[in-house]
Write a protein that binds this ligand. Structure first.
Ligand SMILES: Cc1cc2nc3c(=O)[nH]c(=O)nc-3n(C[C@H](O)[C@H](O)[C@H](O)COP(=O)(O)OP(=O)(O)OC[C@H]3O[C@@H](n4cnc5c(N)ncnc54)[C@H](O)[C@@H]3O)c2cc1C
Length: 388
């Protein structure tokens, strides 16, 4: 007998509710890029719109203003979100990374002070972990937090901070014990970005927009009450945050299914001029996106039954980042010479956002822990190979 996979009636009702809301609220015209000033303001407004319908933080528990959605509902939500072509999330770092971190490690005051403003889109957060000498090797963090009465004085240099150019606050890890080495003696501190001593300098990326930034801290004073957890506990808190990032929620399968769907459409438009072998690449991409979705449903069911994600997160990260790259490469091949036209230039016709998407897909194997590092994790923890 064939296995019959079916959504429950309440899940179907939930999907219908999301679909109706998205169809009424998603902007008809795409917003300007999230990586530029105009687009960022538009995306901030979109966060407010989502919050007004209570769709901004669906996985947060009701006591923090969320809907307490489970993982299957989250997957359904994401499918409808991408189906509606809804805008990218400006406050992803706040809602998916810092929010859950504060729920687990924050003081009652921090929860009351930060979570509502985060959920409403009033405060946009950036993640300030990487430093010029501390990327893959994050434990090499040098930026310091020196205790001075009831304050810390922050000094140092962070880099590659997504959206920091326009964000309001950042969450960073700083060395609070000057004698410490590596993972010990770090603290997790919340810092307003618009204050004396903080310099945010945008880094112009391959697409020309400066949303990415370096952050310089020159004797920046923040109250001790801005520290999350205990002094010196920063590493374990950061690892819990990274777990939220590398787990299921950073990239939902719906994102890649939507790209695969657009790729199939693009192929249909260009079938007459497509070079040999492209059909196979398009079909493979579509199957991989489906496989990733089915695998994620399986993982979600397992997690809901009390399981843990562990090393599988590293396998997922490699799979989706490589899939994204191969889909965008196939689209570039289909568009031929026109692939190099940016979607906003006046003569751009039928090029979609493929070039911008391609340029961003190049970063997939780097952010949230590079794919080489994920391979190390798989080698050591899953395959139990000796350390290289
Ligand atoms: C789009 C994007 C967004 C980002 N957003 C943020 C953000 O918001 N906040 C933030 O703090 N950071 C952010 N980052 C930074 C990101 O986390 C780092 O780029 C990443 O951790 C790699 O660090 P690195 O750039 O210093 O490279 P390095 O660590 O110097 O690595 C260089 C190369 O060496 C390889 N390598 C390093 N160590 C090993 C090893 N042990 N074994 C095998 N290979 C190794 C790496 O895989 C890589 O290919 C972002 C990066 C990108 C691209």
């Amino acid at each position: 007998m064939a296995l019959q996979l079916e959504y429950m009636p309440e899940q179907k009702a939930f999907r219908a509710e999301v679909r109706a809301w998205m169809s009424a609220h998603v902007p008809k015209e795409p917003l300007a890029t999230l990586e530029g000033a105009v687009g960022f303001a538009q995306h901030r407004e979109w966060e407010r719109t989502l919050a007004s319908g209570n769709w901004g933080t669906i996985t947060w528990p009701p006591e923090y203003g969320g809907r307490g959605a489970n993982l299957i509902e989250w997957l359904i939500f994401e499918e409808e979100y991408y189906r509606a072509n809804a805008p990218a999330r400006a406050n992803q770092n706040g809602i998916f990374l810092l929010g859950p971190t504060l729920m687990e490690f924050g003081s009652p005051e921090q929860k009351t002070r930060f979570l509502p403003e985060m959920a409403s889109g009033a405060q946009i957060w950036a993640q300030a972990w990487s430093e010029p000498q501390a990327g893959s090797d994050l434990a090499a963090v040098r930026a310091s937090a020196t205790r001075d009465g009831s304050d810390y004085i922050l000094r140092g240099h962070k880099i590659w901070s997504s959206r920091a150019t326009y964000a309001d606050w950042c969450f960073g890890i700083f060395r609070s014990d000057p004698e410490s080495v590596r993972h010990k003696g770090l603290s997790f501190i919340l810092v307003p970005l618009r204050q004396a001593g903080v310099t945010v300098r945008g880094i112009r990326q391959i697409h020309g927009e400066p949303g990415f930034a370096e952050i310089f801290f020159d004797d920046v004073r923040v109250p001790v009450g801005n520290r999350v957890g205990q002094e010196g506990q920063g590493w374990s808190i950061a690892m819990a945050t990274a777990g939220f990032e590398r787990g299921l929620m950073l990239r939902s399968p719906a994102r890649f299914q939507a790209t695969a769907h657009k790729l199939v459409e693009l192929y249909r438009q260009h079938v007459s001029e497509a070079e040999p072998g492209l059909a196979a690449r398009v079909v493979q991409a579509w199957m991989d996106a489906q496989a990733y979705a089915l695998n994620t449903y399986m993982t979600a069911s397992r997690l809901m039954a009390g399981g843990a994600i562990g090393v599988e997160a590293s396998l997922n990260k490699i799979f989706w980042s490589e899939l994204d790259l191969s889909m965008h490469r196939a689209a570039m091949s289909l568009l031929g010479a026109r692939a190099e036209i940016q979607s906003h230039v006046p003569d751009a016709v039928d090029v979609g956002g493929w070039l911008e998407g391609f340029m961003f897909s190049l970063a997939g194997p780097i952010y949230a822990g590079t794919n080489e590092i994920q391979r190390n994790i798989i080698a050591e923890r899953l395959l139990e190979l000796p350390r290289g």
